[in-house]
Design a protein around this ligand. Structure first.
Ligand SMILES: [Cu+2]
Length: 505
């Protein structure tokens, strides 16, 4: 509205008034645009496309297409195909995603301000649902949604001029809109300023989204979408780039010491706002909300649902930098974690040493849950052996219990009791043992002649088969008495009321 007004005033030559008052303003500057000659009265319109039409380079996350490097507006053709497909959301857990281009988030699109974009949206004939696209970088009703409604096996076309520079979310807007977005239908389009963005060594594409499955976090097998959880805004997963572990282990983002990194960080939602933070880095520059104002020296930047930001920093010391949503349960208990691995020489003057703490990240840094997935499959097939359970339990123990009881099971003197050759553990009945991870433990315990009086928090986020596998591993390790716990045993104990905390405190 105000831009329109400015444009109208400029056309009438009325802005000279502002110039006289010592505050020169061009329509372009008023709209936060660089002062590039515009051939029409509409800011960001640099005239008709010139030269042969070009096909946009589309990339899958975390990759970003190369800079445009063009000094004139062009006609850019974007070909995007909607694909519905089953993929892994977490180790051993599958989900039916709806995608723009086969990935979550969808293909990254990069154009130049003033470009005329001819958009082709295809809906794969094997798909079951109609889809469309609303690009926040489009000026026009629905951001293209109404013009792009496409049934399976069809293709739609519409054209828009990219008037405003910035980093914009696109998403499906077909009813039920929330469900289409929750299934992964979002991505980013970058509209470069005419002169391009400042050069950096690495550009990466990271997008957060919240997911709603009928089963619990990491509950194995195929998990359908849960509409009730979505309406209540209670996600099962909060993820970067659509899958747990999509940017960790050997898929981590990479840079070298002294290099500059630009992250295009989007948030597809559908519900949550992201408190985007990189553990161990300070953002030198943030273009918050994807706008043109640059903010400096930022620790955590808010990325609204349906919003994006450009985040830039120079790496100074090597190590693993952890991208999180600093609403921190989402990082440690719902998957919102990614890694930027920086290689290069130490600089002890900047930072003394001791890298990522394994106990801080647990199995999250390098998910290695293949044994867990194997056990889940065997479980489903009814062929689960004690050996499968022990192998899976060992992985889960590393991620969950070893922070306190240590990988060796020896505990920490005076703080965390040992599980290795624990006489206390050996004396417990099956149900009492199962009750410890389910309900936690408080009050005095004496283990191998030493007294502990501390608190073990309940680990009720673990599923029945996870608890069964962990305890079977513990019972069969470090000189403990052996035995086997089934998931049915755990379900039975979980259904019982929690016992009162042990006497003695
Ligand atoms: Cu859709």
């Amino acid at each position: 509205m105000s831009r329109l007004l400015t444009t109208v005033l400029a056309a009438a030559g009325l802005l000279s008034l502002a110039a006289c008052s010592g505050k020169p303003e061009t329509p372009a500057a008023a709209a936060g645009q660089p002062a590039v000659a515009s051939t029409s009265a509409i800011p960001g319109d640099f005239g008709p496309p010139q030269g042969e039409p070009v096909h946009a380079v589309l990339t899958s996350p975390p990759n970003v297409p190369p800079p445009v490097h063009r000094d004139h507006p062009a006609k850019v053709i974007v070909d995007l195909e909607v694909i519905e497909k089953e993929m892994q959301i977490s180790e051993g857990v599958t989900y039916t995603y709806w995608t723009f281009g086969g990935t979550v988030p969808g293909s990254f699109i990069r154009v130049r301000q003033g470009d005329t974009v001819e958009f082709h949206l295809k809906n794969d004939p094997n798909n079951k649902m109609p889809h469309n696209i609303d690009l926040h970088g489009v000026t026009g009703p629905g951001g293209g949604a109404a013009s792009s409604f496409t049934a399976p096996g069809h293709e739609s076309q519409f054209t828009f001029k990219a008037l405003n520079q910035g980093i914009y979310v696109y998403h499906c807007a077909t009813a039920p809109v929330g469900m289409h977005i929750a299934n992964g239908m979002y991505g980013l389009i970058l509209v470069e300023p005419p002169e391009g963005l400042p050069r950096v060594d690495h550009e990466y594409y990271v997008m957060q989204g919240d997911f709603y499955t009928t089963g619990k976090y990491r509950e194995k097998g195929h998990q359908p979408f849960d509409m009730d959880k979505a309406i209540d805004e209670k996600p099962t997963y909060v993820l970067f780039n659509g899958h747990e572990g999509s940017l960790t282990g050997d898929k981590a983002l990479a840079a070298k010491v002294g290099e500059t990194v630009r992250l295009f960080v989007g948030n597809g939602g559908p519900n949550l706002v992201s408190s985007f933070h990189v553990i161990g880095e300070i953002f030198d520059t943030v273009r918050q909300e994807g706008g043109t104002v640059e903010q400096h020296n930022v620790q955590t930047t808010l990325i609204p649902a349906g919003g994006a930001a450009m985040v830039e920093f120079r790496t100074q010391v090597p190590g693993s930098y952890v991208l999180v949503d600093h609403s921190i349960f989402r990082a440690f208990n719902k998957g919102a974690m990614a890694i930027l691995k920086v290689d290069g020489p130490e600089n002890k003057a900047i930072y003394s040493g001791k890298e990522v703490d394994a106990a801080y990240l647990g199995d999250r840094a390098e998910p290695n849950l293949h044994a867990v997935a194997t056990a889940a499959k065997a479980n489903a097939a009814g062929t689960l052996s004690k050996e499968d359970q022990i192998a899976a339990g060992k992985q889960l123990f590393t991620g969950t219990c070893s922070v306190c009881h240590q990988a060796s099971g020896e505990g920490l003197p005076g703080v965390f009791p040992p599980l290795a050759k624990s006489d206390f553990l050996a004396g417990l009945g099956k149900d009492e043992l199962i009750g410890i991870p389910l309900h936690g433990h408080t009050g005095k315990v004496t283990v191998n002649g030493k007294e502990y009086d501390s608190v073990m928090p309940p680990m009720s986020q673990l599923t029945d088969d996870e608890v069964a596998n962990i305890l079977t591993f513990v019972l069969n390790s470090w000189g403990n008495p052996g035995g086997q716990i089934s998931k049915e045993d755990v379900a039975r104990v979980r259904a019982q009321p929690a016992p009162a905390p042990a006497a003695g405190h």
